[in-house]
Design a protein around this ligand. Structure first.
Ligand SMILES: Nc1nc2c(c(=O)[nH]1)N[C@H]1C(S)=C(S)[C@@H](COP(=O)(O)O)O[C@H]1N2
Ligand SMILES: [Mo]
Length: 196
């Protein structure tokens, strides 16, 4: 899968900006990250609590359903699995919904994915990036500061909620923001799963 352009995609060197609605302006006082749904006990984390978790770096290819692909961007962030470890999941949890801000609503944007596909080293909530043309720097507000999901390259990039606010754990697969509007539940670029 690595270094291969998925069908119908073209390569870009730049990192385009795409989203619906307003750019969220970070306010540490009110910002929270919530782990909820099918868990024994919900957990709400402050920005400091999130930033005290173990950090890691991962290099990921991004594939946007609007047909651009950007290879080998490095990101610093927190592994999804390190967040999952903070809660006790109920039996048979198989899916997650990852939320983000949409026009001031902290849970207005959402994307569903199978939990298992987010437990690897390439699924991070990120806040810093670099590529071969750019030095390490914070992601800009438009790219999702202070925290956004970068999904593994086996998902189109709409699964990567910007201005991330939480993970809901689920037993069933439920459509998120774009999936409700007809986009694919599984969204694998290599299989060109754009719509459903
Ligand atoms: N909160 C939020 N996250 C979002 C979106 C959005 O509208 N709101 N758009 C998604 C889509 S469709 C894409 S392609 C990527 C784009 O990320 P980028 O602008 O950093 O390239 O963000 C995703 N995350
Ligand atoms: Mo997109």
């Amino acid at each position: 899968m690595e270094n291969k352009l998925p069908p119908g995609q073209f390569e870009t060197e730049n990192w385009p900006i795409l989203h619906q609605g307003d750019v969220y302006q970070f306010d540490e006082e009110t910002w929270r990250f919530k782990l909820f749904g099918e868990v024994e006990e919900e957990k709400v984390l402050t920005y400091q609590e999130i930033m005290n978790l173990p950090k890691t770096v991962s290099t990921v290819d991004m594939h946007c359903v609007t047909t651009w692909s950007k290879f080998a961007t490095s990101f610093e962030g927190i592994r999804v699995r390190d967040l999952v470890d903070l809660v006790m999941l109920k039996e048979d949890v198989k899916y997650v919904m990852v939320y983000g801000y949409y026009n001031g609503d902290p849970f207005g944007y959402s994307a569903n994915m199978p939990l298992e596909e987010l437990l690897g080293d390439d699924a991070l909530f990120v806040y810093r990036w670099k590529d071969h043309k750019n030095e390490w720097q914070d992601i800009t507000p438009k790219h999702g500061y202070p925290l956004r999901l970068i999904p593994p390259a086996s998902f189109y990039l709409w699964k990567g909620s910007k201005w991330a606010t939480g993970i809901k754990f689920m037993k069933e697969d439920v459509p998120g923001f774009w999936e409700e509007l007809g986009y694919s539940m599984s969204a694998n670029p290599y299989k060109e799963e754009r719509y459903r």
